[in-house]
Design a protein around this ligand. Structure first.
Ligand code: AMP
Length: 210
């Protein structure tokens, strides 16, 4: 099963893909998490990516395509994977098709723009392992610490309100053609997000026929 999860920033796609990993038994590859790890490690990719991420802009296609094609060639992706946050441009989607990567399903989590701002305000991420939480929808049972590794939870640098507006604009301009691309291929499965994480997961599993 090779699956994509698409949706605006803050739509809950990261949270849903973390849950689907358990349900489907395949790894999730979050390009945003990979880039944040690269920035924290100070790698060349991280240095390049930080120029764009903090302004709410997309990292260039050339960087992203190499990063993802290398990652999906790894052993743990043999039986499939969930791509969270890739492809985000038509060029990225076309690069996957050209690399003969046949996607089974492109899941799109739909949230209205006005709800996105409120959702992002409550988002927290573990500074150590990158696990995601939400003060209202998915609070950590350990308060300000990560349930999984005990790391401190923090607000993502690119979740500042002015950056979110720019990320939403980028999403609508650059990612809408990607949604169309998979729709025309007959691969698009759209789910309207509801308030609760578990309720949204139920809708997602139903839409996937699981
Ligand atoms: P995310 O965690 O998916 O919201 O991604 C955080 C940021 O990483 C985005 O706002 C982009 O700047 C960058 N990013 C993640 N995935 C991609 C991608 N496929 N193409 C370009 N930039 C990306």
């Amino acid at each position: 099963m090779k699956m994509l999860i698409m949706g605006a920033p803050g739509s809950g796609k990261g949270t849903q893909s973390e849950i689907l990993v358990e349900k489907l038994g395949i790894p999730t590859i979050s390009t945003g998490a990979m880039l944040r790890a690269a920035i924290a490690e100070g790698t060349e990719v991280g240095k390049e990516a930080s120029k764009y991420i903090n302004d709410g802009k997309l990292v260039p296609d050339s960087v992203m395509i190499d990063l993802v094609l290398d990652r999906v060639a790894k052993d743990d992706c043999r039986d499939g994977y969930i791509l969270d946050g890739f492809p985000r441009t038509l060029a990225q989607a076309e690069a996957m098709t050209e690399a003969n990567i046949d996607i089974d399903c492109a899941l799109m989590i739909d949230v209205a723009d006005e709800d996105i701002i409120a959702r992002i305000g409550g988002r927290r991420v573990c500074s150590k392992c990158g696990a995601t939480y939400h003060t209202k929808f998915k609070p950590s049972s350990k308060g300000d610490d990560c349930e999984q590794c005990g790391g401190k939870l923090e607000i993502r640098a690119d979740d500042a309100p002015e950056t979110v507006v720019s990320r939403l604009e980028t999403y609508h301009n650059m990612t809408a053609p990607v949604i169309d691309y998979y729709d025309k291929m007959g691969k698009l499965v759209a789910v309207k997000a509801v308030e609760g994480v578990e309720e949204t997961t139920e809708l997602v599993l139903k839409a996937l026929g699981k």
